[in-house]
Design a protein around this ligand. Structure first.
Ligand SMILES: [Cu+2]
Length: 125
């Protein structure tokens, strides 16, 4: 009787391990690892409810990647010079955008009103 319970426990443990392992695998897949992704000029980490660095500067045509290292979902809502929205960026996911036109792009997170950032895009030389 005791042996049967032990075998049952072992089986449950094995299934649980497989489930955890497969979950870990799928969650590490981000847009950033795709082969046809453009070269990243700048990376911004989203962590502890902040965009880090908060202000970045790139040249026109440059691509920025935001990586959500936080436990919460965030988004990027741009105000100027044109409306641009990332959609919801879940934990361990990334969002990439190429800025073709020079300008100052202010953005914030819809979920956390203290989270703000700015992308300054200089004209290409
Ligand atoms: Cu947020």
């Amino acid at each position: 009787m005791k042996r049967r319970i032990l075998l049952l426990l072992a089986a449950i443990l094995a299934v649980a391990t497989i489930v955890i392992a497969s979950t870990a695998c799928s969650s590490t897949t981000t847009t950033a690892s795709e082969e046809d992704a453009p070269a990243i000029a700048m990376t911004v980490h989203v962590k502890d409810g902040e965009f880090d660095p908060r202000e970045i500067e790139i040249e026109a045509g440059g691509t920025v990647m935001w990586i959500n290292d936080d436990v919460a979902s965030h988004d990027l809502h741009f105000l100027a010079p044109k409306k641009l929205y990332s959609g919801v960026v879940k934990p361990e996911k990334a969002w990439i955008h190429t800025f073709a036109t020079a300008g100052t792009y202010d953005y914030y997170c819809d979920f956390h009103n203290t989270m703000k950032g700015v992308v300054v895009v200089r004209p290409a030389p």
